[in-house]
Write a protein that binds this ligand. Structure first.
Ligand code: AMP
Ligand code: ZN
Ligand code: FE
Ligand code: FE
Length: 276
């Protein structure tokens, strides 16, 4: 186990734990620094910070923006983002509204395939935060229309699934620009699946990419080594974490399973000029 985990989700997107419960789990797992990185939503950050006050656990404000490109999905994390900025919140609200439209279309497609899930139930599962495909997967599981969470993505809502709908086409360049515009540090999330990674990196770095997720809990040691070499080559800060959602309770890597060294936090802090 490690003491830094910079990729965690809460009920404010598609995680199962409230920020308060996540903080308790992080403390139990001996973490010292974590980042809350919900999809298109920063509403869990203050709750996390309050829950962590006087515990010795530090919370770095974060965000995860998902983007679609012709080559697949690219997710960009933003650390130390100025999450209180009103213009930033307006962008996030637009993204979340688009998520609602997209999820509705996917539920319609699923219904027309003869699978009976209800839109109201999917909305209920999402609660107040960002609605996403995991909420649809949960609704399918609940109705026993699939056997595993993974099956939802393989058959229906994964990129090649029968009910997949593309998101608003925010691309990686735009995500990096948005994060920078609001003083965040852009980091490429779980890059292990990006086939042409070394081809796209130079242009992303030119726009402002500063880090790469190297220590990603779901990667094997050869992927981690490969990504570590790439991070060194392109002078990117090696980041990482568990990407914990608390959904797949049996197989999921817990907070603190893997993450970057504490020097990574120092480098991020230095770049952000913000002291926590
Ligand atoms: P969305 O934000 O609605 O596009 O959903 C993205 C989230 O769905 C990711 O953060 C993952 O938690 C989950 N996800 C995406 N693809 C898969 C997959 N193939 N298998 C399992 N979970 C996935
Ligand atoms: Zn997620
Ligand atoms: Fe992601
Ligand atoms: Fe994530």
């Amino acid at each position: 186990m490690v003491n830094v985990d910079l990729h965690l989700h809460t009920t404010y997107s598609d995680g199962n734990l409230t920020p308060d419960k996540l903080v308790q789990l992080a403390i139990k797992n001996n973490l010292k620094v974590i980042s809350i990185t919900d999809h298109d939503c920063t509403d869990g950050i203050d709750e996390g910070i309050n829950a962590a006050s006087n515990t010795g656990l530090t919370i770095i404000p974060g965000i995860e923006l998902n983007t679609d490109t012709d080559d697949g999905e690219i997710h960009v994390l933003g650390y130390f983002i100025d999450y209180k900025n009103k213009d930033f919140q307006k962008i996030l609200t637009d993204c979340r509204n688009n998520r609602v439209q997209r999820a509705k279309l996917m539920v319609n497609k699923i219904n027309s395939l003869g699978l009976d899930i209800e839109w109201d139930r999917v909305k209920e599962l999402a609660g107040d935060g960002s609605i996403g495909r995991p909420h649809i997967a949960k609704a399918l599981l609940e109705r026993k229309l699939i056997k595993t969470f993974q099956e939802a993505f393989e058959k229906y809502i994964g990129r090649n699934g029968q009910a997949y709908v593309e998101r608003l086409r925010l691309n990686a360049k735009e995500a990096i620009e948005i994060i920078q515009q609001f003083d965040g540090i852009p980091v490429l999330a779980h890059p292990g699946h990006i086939r042409n990674l070394e081809q796209i990196l130079p242009s992303l770095i030119e726009i402002g990419l500063k880090g790469l997720e190297v220590f990603y809990a779901n990667y094997d040691s050869s992927t981690i080594n490969k990504l570590r070499t790439i991070a060194i080559k392109y002078e990117l800060i090696p980041c990482g974490g568990s990407d914990y959602h608390g959904i797949k309770t049996k197989t999921e890597k817990l907070p603190g399973t893997l993450g970057p060294p504490i020097e990574t936090v120092d480098k991020l802090k230095e770049l952000s000029n913000k002291f926590i």
